[in-house]
Ligand binder design. Structure first.
Ligand code: NAD
Length: 336
């Protein structure tokens, strides 16, 4: 029996999380869900976006399955996603984007994994105004040797373990010579330790253009925090959109699984959000704890439902009237 802290989140969160949990429970794996709160929902209920009991639960279970959390724009509390990644030192964010037969996207056979440094860079939270008029603001990008070494090593180890052929280091060391320069320098030190894996270096802007023009040349991409955040939305767009791409946040002592997408306020409450991205986050969690059989059952069922194209949410088929809950029931029905 695995104990997992369950945070349903904001916006479309409760609906996609209920759907995903119903599928995971039907897969035969035994999980004791410990429901906790965070984000806007927690702010409203407990007057804090990250209650102590949520943190205590994660310290106990070390395993989190989380829906998206809303962060207000330019005001309000700091991102709770960023806060949790820092609190539990979840330094590695794995975001795999893979093509699906049943999805008619711009490209086929895409299989790109973005590995994003998850605790420092421009998201370190070091921001301030200069002067009382607040007409000047500064955000400091923190890049450390320790933080960079562990994410570059993680990317190469991931590539090795998963029979990947190439790691692309995406950076902006031509302009940000100190912070991005340090990231690239350390990548160049570590890459020769993995002679079996090709190391490719690319400036981030060119990386974006190449991803759109010819994505097949990419395999694993490792990059700093904000670049990874942006690139993984781009790679989601290559394989059917944000409704299809999961993310794992991995540290030495804890791991948190979610979707790449946010709380999607534009479609919240309509029962039309695609539950697959977060469900695939759940599949990554099952593999993380060695439940490969359940993970395979769910993956095959999702593949079947997407191939058939009948019980899929409108983001995948605009003519469809299938709801979030109905798609989950179809996936459960397709499990062998
Ligand atoms: P978003 O990812 O929520 O939505 C972007 C677009 O994708 C929207 O049009 C939305 O309808 C669509 N979309 C997203 N998920 C979908 C799904 N499962 N099925 C179908 N369509 C889907 O990004 P946003 O609107 O820029 O951000 C909304 C909020 O989410 C913000 O407060 C942001 O801070 C937060 N956010 C949270 C996380 C997280 O919790 N990990 C990640 C990204 C954004």
């Amino acid at each position: 029996m695995h104990k997992v802290t369950l945070i349903k989140g904001d916006g479309i969160g409760p609906s996609i999380m209920d759907a995903a949990v119903s599928v995971i429970d039907a897969s035969g794996v035994e999980i004791e869900w410990e429901e906790q709160h965070a984000g806007l929902a927690a702010q409203e209920q407990f007057n804090t976006p990250l209650p102590d009991q949520t943190l205590e639960s994660i310290h106990r279970t070390r395993l989190v399955f989380k829906g998206p959390l809303t962060t207000q724009l330019g005001e309000g509390f700091r991102s709770i996603n960023v806060a949790m990644r820092q609190e539990f030192d979840l330094y590695s964010n794995i975001r795999p984007a893979k093509s699906w037969n049943g999805i008619d996207s711009r490209y086929h056979d895409i299989d790109i994994v973005v590995i994003r440094e998850n605790t420092e860079g421009l998201y370190a939270g070091l921001e301030h105004y200069i002067g009382i008029k607040k007409n000047i603001a500064e955000s400091i990008a923190v890049i450390t040797r320790e933080g960079t070494e562990r994410i570059i090593e993680f990317a190469f180890e991931y590539a090795k373990k998963n029979q990947r052929r190439k790691v692309t280091v995406a950076h902006k060391a031509n302009i940000l010579k100190f912070s991005q320069g340090l990231f690239l320098k350390i990548a160049r030190e570590i890459a020769p330790r993995y002679p079996e894996i090709e190391c490719d270096e690319r400036i981030i802007d060119a990386t974006c253009m190449h991803l759109v023009m010819d994505p097949h040349q990419f395999d694993v991409i490792v990059t700093t925090n904000m670049f990874g955040d942006i690139l993984s939305d781009l790679t989601s767009g290559l394989v059917g959109g944000l409704g299809m791409v999961p993310g794992a946040n991995i540290g030495h002592d804890a791991a948190l699984f979610e979707a790449v997408h946010g709380s999607a306020p534009d479609i919240a409450g309509q029962n039309i959000a695609n539950p697959v991205a977060v469900l695939l986050g759940g599949v990554m969690m099952l593999r993380h704890v060695g439940e490969d059989q359940a993970a395979n059952r769910i993956t095959h069922a999702v593949e079947q439902i997407i191939d058939e194209g009948k019980y899929v949410t409108p983001d995948l088929n605009p003519a469809s009237r299938t709801g979030t809950d109905e798609m989950a029931r179809a996936i459960i029905g397709a499990m062998d």
